[in-house]
Design a binder for this molecule. Sequence first.
Ligand code: B12
Ligand code: SF4
Length: 489
Amino acid sequence: MKIVLTHAYYMQEDEKEKGINKPYPPLGLLYLSAWLEQAGYDNSIFDSTFSSSTEHQDYLREEEPDVIAIYTNLMTKIEVVKLVQFIRSQANLKNALIVIGGPDVTHNIENYLGIGSDVIVIGEGEQTLLELVEATEKGLRPHFGHIHGLAYKDEDGNIIRTQKRGHLKAVDELPVPNRKKIDLHQYLNTWKTHHSRSSISVSTQRGCPYTCRWCSTAVYGQSYRRRSPEKVVEELIELKTTYSPDQVWFVDDVFTVSHKWLQKFRDEMVAQKVDLEFECITRAERLNNEVLGMLKDAGCFRVWIGAESGSQKILDAMDRRVDATQVQSMIMAAQKHGMEAGTFIMLGYPGETEEDIVETLNHLRKANPNLFTITIAYPIKGTGLYNEIDAKRLKELDWTKSTDRDIDFQRTYCRKYYDYAVRWVVNGLNIHKAKSNGQGMRFSVFKMRIKFFLSRIFMFWYKTFGKKQKPIGVSKNLSQQQSSLLPDA
Ligand code: B12
Ligand code: SF4
């Protein structure tokens, strides 16, 4: 049986992504590939990152796989829709079993089945995909009712949702991602060319025990499972030997959630003399001086500390469970330990006023992170934020042609206001940084000051005169009607 695992992220066809040029391979597919291989199922990965959609289509047409398993997230969804429609339009692929999995499927089952896919794998995919492949090989298609963690259409077109698949508990039994199936050097070279350092992604953890209202827990739920430090270090040594990356990015949700784990990991990294720099993401209240010291000793050169807002009122509304002051002090403490500190900011959260945005800029000035990213809040399906704003949506969108990032809702001010608020915060912080580095008189800083001033004027304008659209009411999107299909909804 010919099995192809694939996704639909085409970096070269996306001007914005090409500008960023920081690609990582689809780790989920690499895990699935290794799991299938371990069970005796040979498989190929068509990694679309460096290909065009045409090359992708040609490959599938020529290969004629029996099973085409596709990863999707909310950004790649539009391309996944086109890919599925292409497969369904090809005579020689008409019998291929199209399986879709990844973080975007859990709350979009009807939508993904509606575009022509055969089966949706909900949650962690390793065991579910394996059982699906076994059943297909035995000719059981479409009688998949015995396999947990699936949704599919039966012969009468009814959507069947099988029993929920439990979380994989023994995460140490996971084989290492099947990186040899893709050309990882292309990733490393891209990083090296554009950022002078190559980077590889590694996962040590599954799940997150927190409940931030805008964050999607569609795959791993509110759980926490960790690979043993020994296994992780083993993988790092293997990566170092095979690929010599300059740095590693741990894709884990909260790297320092367990201090006990971190201590063992640090001890193992030091004992094995791994000497491989890494960056990771964590939460301020899971950091202290001792933890920062352990991170540094283990090889951390940059730690991202989630904040999202400088206003405690908004952090509480997000159920972020952290104090803004803790975030500030941990950013500064990380820098004192000789690491870079990055943070994330979100503007336009429900209930946020201009005072909160001013607090956010002040928070950033106090903390002075080395790096920060800033986005305008958008609701991911299945999250508390999505449910909260659903009745405040401003327009109905075509699911096949839009992403959750396009969903807009009635906020405190009109949408345009936030575009300027983002510029105001970015320029405000950059001016502060330049001043603290003694570069306040440079011409580039003068330009920033003008932009800062102008964005404030536009904020005032849109706050005062901006037209606020009326909400359309609760979404009629198909995904809303399927909540009864979700046992855990
Ligand atoms: C690393 C990461 C990134 C990286 C790198 C992505 C990459 N190529 O590796 C970067 C920074 C680029 C990134 C960007 C974005 N990301 Co991101 N990212 C992550 C993160 C932290 C880890 C992903 C990962 O490697 N996980 C480990 C692997 C093993 O898990 P997995 O991919 O989920 O795979 C498992 C299952 O999903 C399933 N599965 C996966 N694929 C398939 C396919 C089939 C056929 C089957 C059967 C099963 C299956 O089985 C796998 C193994 O159990 C996740 C959060 C998380 N903890 O997972 C967010 C996450 C995936 N990202 C998310 C978002 C929103 C984004 C952005 C849209 C953010 C933005 N505003 O720009 C962009 C989109 C970029 C793009 N063009 O795709 C959301 C997705 C929500 C959704 N509904 O789609 C997540 C879930 C974060 C969150 N909690 O909200 N991201
Ligand atoms: S934002 Fe981070 S801490 Fe909060 S639920 Fe998501 S992964 Fe967990």
